[in-house]
Design a protein around this ligand. Structure first.
Ligand SMILES: *Cc1c(COP(=O)(O)O)cnc(C)c1O
Length: 392
């Protein structure tokens, strides 16, 4: 998504701020993912929580990918948008009875179960309906994802999954539960993983756990390795993640037996680069210590920077200059703190960002906002509902 004069002329017809989705780029990304996953017959589920905008999800669904839901609402959204129930997986550390019952009624492909107690609850609820629920055990493999601490999920201290020392009890419960059908094992160790070696470590653990279950008489049909593949937030124009090497690692390092399937749950990598937030400058405040750019977009529309200090590239697209906070000062550029209008000091998109001299009314693009952007919007401060526009 590189902004042409035509784009910018079009912005004048729209009310800022808004999410600007490039559906052509989304399509290229999905095509690349499918191409490399298909080399090895890998199954891809799309992690709905990254972006559940119907237009975006529609493109994903058309690829034949399955859906990965983390709430009853996401299971419902996946079904409403046309995903076959038999391709929906449902994870989450706190599934309520209502959510479990709903998913049982829909006959989803699989529950990714995160505690022994949850196994017992699903068994009871399935029994009441005279059904057999398919389950995969989400194991916490204690693999360091080398990502931001707030988005790492596969370490002993994280709340997700069943820890290895609880697996013997887990196996006992599985064997006793007549309304559960064990289909495999599941992992998801974190998000925005950019070091692919992390996945080699994961594969080693997956092989060990699969062997553990097999030795105890379980048929491990599904190896679900989750998602987490990162995108390059610093180079938003380098847009398609390295699906080729990502899938290659799993092909090389996973022991996949006869009849076993490998499943993935990708979110960010599929949708992250396909949107920017387009905003306008409300005010420029030049202080003694700091210069501030006050935007009309806030943490209410894009929460990632406030929530986990996430970096997004910020560009003044009203200026022809190659904008951005490149390393080192650029001549004629000024350092600004780029902030939103919300009454919170964390409502800041970037500190000391190098930008060309900026004025009220300039258009500012906040890049790489297709994942965990629109979905986290809120009406805090009684802000208006988030707006969207599409390049189709
Ligand atoms: C969030 C999530 C994903 C997707 O993570 P990404 O980093 O967006 O790829 C996959 N699986 C589960 C269980 C998740 O919670």
């Amino acid at each position: 998504m590189i902004f042409s004069d035509k784009d910018i002329a079009q912005f004048a017809q729209l009310e800022t701020p808004f999410y600007y989705y490039d559906l052509n780029l989304l399509q290229q990304t999905l095509d690349a993912c499918a191409k490399y996953a298909n080399l090895y017959n890998f199954h891809v589920h799309y992690a709905m929580k990254a972006n559940f905008n119907p237009k975006v999800v529609g493109r994903v669904k058309a690829m034949g990918f399955g859906a990965d839901a983390v709430s009853g609402g996401e299971v419902r959204q996946a079904i409403d948008l046309g995903f076959p129930a038999g391709q929906i997986v449902f994870a989450g550390v706190g599934k309520s009875d209502k959510e479990i019952n709903y998913a049982l009624d829909q006959d989803i492909f699989c529950f990714n179960v995160e505690s022994i107690q949850e196994l017992e609850v699903i068994n009871d609820l399935a029994a009441k309906k005279g059904k057999v629920a398919k389950v995969a055990i989400r194991i916490n493999p204690n693999v360091d994802a080398h990502t931001h601490q707030n988005i790492t999920t596969g370490l002993d201290e994280n709340k997700f999954g069943i820890n290895s020392w609880d697996l013997p009890d887990c196996a006992t419960v599985l064997k006793q539960s007549e309304n559960l059908q064990f289909i495999g094992i599941h992992f998801h160790i974190g998000s925005q993983i950019t070091n692919l070696d992390v996945y080699k470590n994961l594969c080693v653990r997956v092989n060990e756990f699969a062997a553990w279950f097999t030795e105890r008489g379980f048929a491990v049909k599904v190896l679900n390795v989750g998602g987490g593949l990162g995108i390059d937030y610093h180079s938003p124009d380098q847009q398609i993640p390295d699906f080729e090497n990502y899938f290659k690692i799993f092909n090389e390092f996973l022991n996949v037996g006869h009849g076993q399937e490998v499943h993935f749950e990708l979110g960010r990598a599929l949708v992250g680069q396909s949107a920017s937030v387009i905003s306008q400058v409300l005010y420029v405040k030049n202080g003694k210590k700091k210069n501030f750019i006050v935007l009309d977009v806030g943490m209410t529309e894009l929460m990632r920077p406030a929530l986990y200090q996430a970096y997004h590239k910020i560009q003044n697209i009203s200026k022809s200059a190659t904008a951005g906070d490149a390393a080192g000062a650029v001549e004629g550029f000024t350092k600004y703190d780029v902030v939103g209008p919300i009454c919170e000091s964390t409502d800041c998109f970037g500190k000391e960002v190098e930008l060309p001299e900026t004025f009220r009314g300039d258009y500012i693009a906040i890049r790489s906002t297709g994942a965990y952007g629109e979905v986290m919007a809120s009406n805090y401060n009684l802000r208006e509902d988030v707006r969207v526009a599409f390049i189709e």
